[in-house]
Design a protein around this ligand. Sequence first.
Ligand code: ATP
Ligand code: FE
Length: 335
Amino acid sequence: VYILAIESSCDDTAAAVLCNDKVLSNVVANQLVHTQYGGVVPELASRAHQQNIVPVIDAALKKANISKEQLSAIAFTQGPGLMGSLLVGSSFAKSMALALNIPLIAVNHMQAHILAHFIDEEGYDKPEFPFIALTISGGHTQIVRVDNYFDMTIIGETTDDAVGEAFDKTAKILGLPYPGGPLVDKNAQLGNPKAFKFTKPKVPGLDFSFSGLKTAILYFIQKNKAENPNFIDENINDICASIQYTIIEILMDKLKMAVKETGIKQIAIGGGVSANSGIRNTLKEAEAKYGWKTFVPKFEYTTDNAAMIGIVGYQKFLSQNFENASVVSKARIQF
Ligand code: ATP
Ligand code: FE
């Protein structure tokens, strides 16, 4: 089975070709245009998708050495995401499936961040059902109980900002360019995580809140800058390390609680923020510390990519879960 997968939910245009559960090609075009605005500008994102989509799909097919006539189906991101961005991918997928007379498969982007773990990679152990997924991305923060490929229950989620936003917004306060998450990570590796202390929010159950942390950091910076205008420059590594440490503590507290409540000790992380080196290290440590088995996807399958859309496409292909051209994109969508 050859699946062409298209992802265009936010600001990356991505296409991948899979042969069953193996990735033959995985191409991503990043949109650098948003950096100067300090965040994704939806209208600019859709325009860039329009320009990128044909060359990105061409490149994915070429790299995979597959002609479009060999394709078994086309999978695309139905949502959640920015409507204008989603429409570029879905319209293209619909037309191409129609022209080639092959099945069309709609994929939930958040399910894809979780099912990315089932991409067949040499030396990569896949989780077994049931497992707990922690999806941490630019728009979401969810703890999900995964009982089967499409049997997922959200047991905890953020009540305000997502973890990725917490990283990006605090990075902005520090004067770092968008998206700041990777830069906070980079600086944090050189700093002392216990240099500064930030209070953790008190949120009941398995839910999260990150907006308070952002405000606390803003006040902390304002206060220190008033005393020393060079405060950020002189302490950037320690500040980043301390922010990252606090965020990881918040995530780990809830994961421990989720393990206790469900009795499930397999933890799989997904979403852009799971690229974070501190989170990766902390999870690996948790294996020895708490007897968990943890699953961290390959770097290129954490941030937005089409290979993860393709693996969901493959699973849906096996169960003949197809759509017709009347399927609509959804900015918000449940499992
Ligand atoms: P969603 O999947 O919820 O729709 P999205 O697709 O925009 O959101 P992703 O591409 O999955 O989000 O993740 C992007 C986020 O990941 C950004 O907030 C970015 O700052 C963050 N991020 C990427 N790498 C790192 C890192 N090393 N450390 C911390 N954050 C990171
Ligand atoms: Fe994403």
